[in-house]
Design a protein around this ligand. Structure first.
Ligand SMILES: *Cc1c(COP(=O)(O)O)cnc(C)c1O
Length: 431
């Protein structure tokens, strides 16, 4: 494959944009090589500027659950554009999307739209603090909640891949109110809560972690957390920016049957446009401005074009439960194919999967938290990534990311993915 145009564009981009990219993990720092500059995508395929074609397995980090350029969503956006792009005033569409979200997500009785997942989590924590009158909150090592200051403590995803466990620019004053717990270790969490009794406003968690690679909660772990938060008066926030509308139409909370007090959403909710949301119990949401004292605003929040895309996406998912059956089966099929190949060649690497999310970790250890995720051989992943790319399969360009499947992936793609996997695994082990 020829990457000449991407190389040229990357060099040009670096002149004007820090590192040549507008979000760090796009830079290929952890896998090496030049990031591909993308021209277009359709269904399961993405095309770069050199006209190389790839089966795409991260789907814009999740939003494209129906595949790229889905005709229904494209139509909704086109039709919305002709009525102007923004009003900064209420619209009918905002009621429509709010009704859909309240209908689909079990914990949400009232919801506020924002423009990204980062905004959703920042606002949710502020609200929980305002509601409880307490300052501290708990987050988990390896979970990523966007780039708000108070979350950039042992954050996963790009922050972790680039080895920035605590970002400079985050003040000690801010950091001291973020309490850190290891994922999947209830005893450690209980101890942390005991040590900070009566001082904790909120606990925020990815109910399935996707930002240290895909890591599943242990059996009953989420319910234990739910019970602890209820007992201690801590606002439980599920960050479902990744898992929302993906693991079920009601997200991980529906799938696991554990209902948080608040939920943050992003990614799929905008169908590829910049949208986020936070919502929850009415008694908490009524603390938000203008009914309540906690301030939160947005010039472009509830943008009509973005709402049109989101309404179309959510309506489709709400009316087509077979989507979840389909992508969940895809997940099982691809992962069992990958496993078969690993077994055949006696390479005991770990794969975590739930529904349409999975990660292959280049470690023999079971991966249940940040510490075990870190045993993965990132250099090996980098080699694997490029071998897959050469064979026309585009993975997220870092070990500590989850893959996201879409309904556009068909049987023929699955066969191609497994074949590329086998050849790549053999190539990196010189077999
Ligand atoms: C992507 C992500 C965010 C941040 O969303 P942005 O839209 O990138 O700001 C927050 N939480 C989780 C769990 C995410 O996966």
């Amino acid at each position: 494959m020829n990457y000449e145009k991407s190389k040229k564009l990357f060099n040009e981009a670096k002149k004007y944009i820090p590192g040549g990219v507008n979000s760090p993990v796009r830079a290929f720092n952890s896998v090496g090589g030049t990031p591909l500059f993308i021209k277009k995508a359709k269904g399961a395929y993405i095309y770069d500027e050199d006209d190389n074609k790839y089966i795409e397995l991260y789907n814009s980090w999740g939003p494209m659950i129906l595949g790229h350029n889905h005709p229904l969503i494209a139509k909704a956006v086109k039709s919305s554009i002709k009525d102007s792009l923004s009003f900064g005033a209420p619209t009918r569409k905002e009621i429509q999307i709010a009704e859909l979200i309240v209908d689909m997500v079990p914990s949400i009785e009232s919801v506020r739209m924002v423009n990204s997942g980062t905004e959703a989590t920042m606002s949710a924590i502020r609200l929980a603090r305002g509601f409880t009158g307490k300052d501290k909150f708990i987050k988990f090592e390896g979970c990523y909640h966007g780039h708000g200051d108070s979350f950039l403590i042992a954050a996963g995803s790009g922050a972790m891949t680039l080895g920035v466990p605590n970002s400079p620019g985050v003040t000690e004053g801010t950091a001291k109110d973020t309490l850190l717990a290891p994922y999947n270790n209830f005893a450690a969490l209980q101890q942390l809560v005991d040590e900070n009794k009566g001082e904790i406003a909120a606990l925020i968690i990815e109910p399935v972690a996707g930002n240290m690679g895909c890591v599943l909660p242990r059996l009953n772990y989420l319910q234990q957390i739910r019970d602890l938060c209820t007992k201690e008066g801590i606002v439980l926030i599920f960050d479902e920016v990744m898992t929302g509308f993906r693991l079920a139409k009601g997200g991980a909370q529906e799938r696991f049957g554990v209902i948080p007090d608040m939920t943050t959403l992003g990614k799929i909710i905008g169908a590829g446009l910049p949208v986020g949301a936070y919502g929850g119990k009415k008694e908490i949401m009524n603390f938000v401005s203008p009914v309540g004292p906690v301030y939160q605003a947005g010039t472009l929040s509830g943008n009509p074009v973005a709402m049109s895309a989101g309404i179309t996406m959510l309506t489709y998912l709400n009316e087509h439960p077979e989507v979840y059956q389909y992508i969940d089966n895809l997940g099982i099929e691809i992962v069992s194919g990958i496993r078969r190949v690993l077994l055949k060649h006696k390479l005991p690497y770990t794969i975590n999967q739930i529904g349409s999310m999975y990660s292959l970790f280049f470690t023999e250890e079971e991966v249940t938290d940040l510490e075990s995720a870190k045993t993965a051989d990132t250099k090996m992943f980098g080699l694997y990534f490029h071998e897959m790319l050469k064979r026309g399969v585009y993975l997220p360009p870092a070990q500590f990311e989850s893959l996201f499947l879409s309904t556009a992936i068909q049987e023929k793609h699955v066969r191609k993915i497994i074949k590329a996997h086998e050849e790549s695994i053999l190539a990196i082990h010189n077999l």
